[in-house]
Design a binder for this molecule. Structure first.
Ligand code: MG
Length: 222
């Protein structure tokens, strides 16, 4: 039997948005949506410095995957990719602003992945910040520095924080951008990796698959 190609797959902002932003909103009494931000660390941008410690204690009591919202078409596409690729989850579980409180993220992410992607073997879960140590045929990640130059097919998953990366920079780094909008990112990935031009079109602005908790709001939601 022909060996499957290998695929390194990120989790946060690629498979799902965690309940991090809902936690920020609950803590501050705000109504932010992801597209309000253009930097990766939402807490750094939104939480006043003097309340950081209080915020970290607040989120430590929550399972951020209870409120996780799947990115549209993620599950269906990953399931289809799984028949062609050996998929390895490659994801960090460390909150750099709360190293000591990060332990529960490992368990919460593990349990979420088991429930959400039961067809991926847990033996293929890699929880690390050192993504550059791992080799694969394909890598999908929303952070450009995580895409390893030695990997042949590198796909930047579109997200609120990477819209401003120039096409020239991506070309120089041989990175393929899966569009500019996270709402259609998995459709682009499907097209890139499975070569399918036609894919199920979800209704615009009605794109959320809710796991638990409240619906993730988006600007221009109708
Ligand atoms: Mg990510």
């Amino acid at each position: 039997m022909e060996q499957k190609k290998s695929l390194l797959l990120d989790v946060d902002e690629v498979i799902c948005f965690t309940g991090f932003l809902p936690a920020v909103n609950a803590f501050l009494g705000t109504d932010y949506v992801v597209d309000d931000f253009d930097c990766y660390y939402i807490d750094e941008a939104a939480i006043p410095k003097e309340r950081f410690q209080e915020f970290n204690s607040f989120i430590n009591k929550r399972n951020l995957y209870d409120d996780a919202i799947l990115i549209p078409n993620a599950i269906e596409t990953i399931k289809d990719l799984n028949s062609e690729y050996e998929i390895y989850i490659c994801s960090s579980c460390i909150n750099p602003f709360d190293i000591d409180g990060s332990g529960r993220l490992f368990a919460d992410k593990y349990n979420y992945l088991r429930q959400t992607l039961p067809f991926i073997k847990p033996e293929n879960f890699i929880f690390t910040n050192a993504k550059h140590l791992f080799r694969a045929d394909v890598q999908i990640d929303d952070r450009l520095p995580n895409l390893d130059s030695s990997i042949e097919t590198k796909i930047l998953f579109p997200s609120y924080h990477n819209k401003n990366i120039s096409d020239i920079e991506l070309q120089e780094k041989h990175v393929i951008r899966a569009g500019y909008d996270w709402r259609t990112g998995w459709q682009e990935v499907r097209s890139i990796l499975l070569g399918e031009k036609e894919y199920p079109q979800e209704e615009p602005n009605k794109i959320y698959v809710k796991t638990k908790g409240s619906l993730f709001k988006v600007k221009n939601d109708k």
